[in-house]
Design a protein around this ligand. Structure first.
Ligand SMILES: [Zn+2]
Length: 164
């Protein structure tokens, strides 16, 4: 290792620990807490209820690959439920084609989702989750269509579609 590199490493390590301390209070939980006591399940209970893919999204705030969900092209009338606890979250008439590769909605069913700010990509984003079981659904942005101007960018694996 040359002198320059070791010097840089020397500076980098304390800087990173300072940053870590700074971001710690804002760091998000692995998932949000359930609002209803009966949905405060253990990791093992969630793992037994969900597919590994859905567990990763709902309970570890993962993100599925763009254009991987068949719900992207779901155009039937119906209701999108939380894949964790089956709470109805979105109505099909609020769904729109955002072109992003994730099922997108311009509004949620009132009271069905709750939000928090996350810093996973350093830039703050508004995470939202099922208000009942706390399962992570996606992120909401302010570039959606009228009348709300919102874009709920949802993981398909976190939803269960119930056609009308
Ligand atoms: Zn739920």
């Amino acid at each position: 290792m040359n002198q320059f590199l070791s010097r840089r490493t020397f500076i980098l390590i304390p800087t990173m620990s300072i940053l870590k301390t700074f971001f710690k209070p804002m760091q998000v939980l692995a998932s949000s807490l359930a609002s209803k006591e009966e949905w405060n399940l253990s990791k093992e209970e969630w793992k037994s209820r969900l597919s590994p893919e859905s567990y990763y999204i709902l309970r570890e705030e993962g993100t599925e690959r763009a254009f991987s969900s068949k719900l992207n092209n779901e155009k039937r009338k119906g209701v999108f439920h939380c894949a964790g606890c089956d709470l109805p979250l979105f109505l099909s008439d609020k769904k729109f084609d955002s072109g992003t590769g994730w099922p997108s909605f311009w509004d949620s069913i009132q009271g069905s989702v709750a939000t928090k700010v996350d810093f996973k990509l350093i830039v703050p984003r508004t995470e939202y989750h099922c208000s009942r079981c706390g399962g992570h659904q996606g992120h909401v942005f302010n570039d959606g269509p009228l009348p709300t101007g919102k874009r709920y960018c949802n993981n398909g694996l976190a939803l269960r579609f119930v056609p009308e």
